[in-house]
Design a protein around this ligand. Structure first.
Ligand SMILES: [Ca+2]
Ligand SMILES: [Ca+2]
Ligand SMILES: [Ca+2]
Ligand SMILES: [Ca+2]
Length: 280
């Protein structure tokens, strides 16, 4: 009886298998979020990098090269008790707490930069060792604003790259209303109102996501020209954790196939039960 049960069961599986295989699997591709840089993980032992110094951090199957390049009329500044930036702190991280710090960059240029050059600082972030460019690279910019007495103005110009091809960022102010941000062009945002609560509020937060896969990005931090002096005072922004996604393919049975499977299952069980009863 045991043997015949097995052969019957095997037969049912075989039939179910032949019928189901062509129609059962429906590929579902979902993005699984991965961390490229978690600043909290780098906070212990962090020292402010100097201009041009490259730091490499492992991430997933690859690594990230991070460097900052100062224009020759720009210096890194400090803010409150921060010491010379870039520093990892919870000073400019919006409503996030001390457990989710940001990278704080405070710059002081001798003149209004408007673009990359002598009066800007550039953050270069490139990815190495990954099998392909990274999808959905994303992070939050904090405290994008202007001084209340027009003595400095945050301007950020951001470009992604896939090889030599430029990929534009998508800027989304976290708050649709009462934010402090103006989108100037495809690559540029300015602070246009003072963010009086950069430590606990989200008015100066901008979510950044690149339009397609990239293998590096370049963030230029400088001054805009909506200010009343020619030598801007020091000002800062925060950069949040950097994430990307990897595609995960899932097999999802279609409803008709599930019904088919149930039908075969019922048939199999009832015929085995019948056979059992007959044999008892
Ligand atoms: Ca974090
Ligand atoms: Ca200055
Ligand atoms: Ca600011
Ligand atoms: Ca905060």
């Amino acid at each position: 009886m045991y043997k015949s049960f097995l052969s019957k069961f095997g037969c049912v599986l075989a039939i179910a298998g032949t019928v189901l295989v062509p129609t059962t699997a429906k590929a579902n591709i979902t993005g699984n979020t991965q961390t490229l840089i978690d600043w909290d993980q780098l906070a212990t032992g962090w020292t402010a990098p100097t201009s041009g110094q490259v730091r490499t951090y492992s991430a997933g199957q690859g690594s990230v090269d991070l460097s900052f390049v100062l224009g020759n009329k720009t210096s890194f500044a400090s803010f409150g008790g921060s010491g010379t930036t870039p520093v990892i702190s919870s000073t400019l991280n919006g409503s996030e707490g001390a457990d989710n710090k940001s990278l704080h960059i405070q710059m002081d240029a001798q003149a209004i930069g408007l673009g990359q050059g002598a009066n800007s600082v550039t953050m270069n972030t490139s990815f190495r060792g990954f099998s392909s460019p990274l999808n959905d690279v994303s992070f939050t910019l904090y405290d994008v604003d202007i001084s209340s007495n027009n003595t400095w103005q945050d301007r950020i110009i951001l470009k992604g790259f896939s090889g030599n091809q430029v990929v534009n960022p998508i800027f989304t102010p976290q708050l649709a209303q009462n934010n402090t941000i103006q989108i100037v062009d495809a690559y540029t945002i300015d602070g246009v109102r003072f963010d009086s609560n950069a430590n606990n509020g989200n008015n100066g937060n901008v979510l950044v996501k690149f339009a397609s896969a990239i293998d590096r990005f370049e963030l230029v931090f400088t001054d805009g020209d909506d200010i009343s002096i020619s030598n801007p005072q020091a000002h800062g922004i925060g950069i949040g954790d950097i994430t990307y996604t990897i595609a995960v393919t899932q097999s999802v049975p279609e409803p008709t196939s599930i019904l088919g499977l149930l039908a075969f299952g019922t048939f199999g069980v009832s015929s085995v039960l019948k056979r059992k009863q007959n044999n008892v």
